[in-house]
Design a protein around this ligand. Structure first.
Ligand SMILES: Nc1ncnc2c1ncn2[C@@H]1O[C@H](COP(=O)(O)OP(=O)(O)OP(=O)(O)O)[C@@H](O)[C@H]1O
Length: 127
């Protein structure tokens, strides 16, 4: 019985934490145009993979990596703005490096999408 009570409590805590995570994602979607573009580009890439019966896992993983890093980038921007509202060379390094992480992941995602989706797409188009 105690175990069941503990499980229910853990589940409630997990659901509460998931609510905070959803709020963070909703904030990023509202305030970050790049995040919105990445969400819809990722959705499109996954839909194309499903339609072409191409492997979904690598495409979904690449999209999740980009979106996850964009969320980390958003968090880091907020922390830097809080800690250093004035211009500072270290604030610039932090923001530029976080943006670089998103760019690297986006480049990788494009390569994955081309490698996985292009061959079946060309076949469907008759090439
Ligand atoms: N406090 C700061 N000190 C020094 N340079 C900064 C500072 N804040 C921003 N910058 C520079 O301006 C760039 C843009 O910063 P900003 O906070 O506007 O991000 P952003 O363009 O809104 O990024 P994103 O498009 O990912 O939201 C940073 O990458 C950095 O080079």
């Amino acid at each position: 019985m105690r175990l069941e009570g503990g499980s229910a409590l853990s589940l409630r805590r997990w659901w509460r934490s998931a609510g905070f995570a959803r709020a963070g994602i909703a904030h990023a979607y509202r305030t970050q145009p790049n995040f919105r573009i990445e969400v819809w580009a990722g959705t499109l890439a996954c839909a194309v993979a499903l339609a072409l019966r191409a492997p979904l896992a690598p495409v979904a993983l690449a999209c999740a990596l980009v979106l996850g890093l964009e969320l980390v980038n958003t968090a880091l921007e907020a922390v830097v703005d809080l800690a250093s509202p004035e211009l500072h060379p270290l604030a610039k390094v932090a923001k530029d490096a976080a943006a670089g992480a998103v760019l690297v992941a986006s480049g990788g995602a494009v390569v994955v999408a081309l490698a996985v989706l292009l061959p079946p797409l060309l076949r469907v188009l008759g090439f």
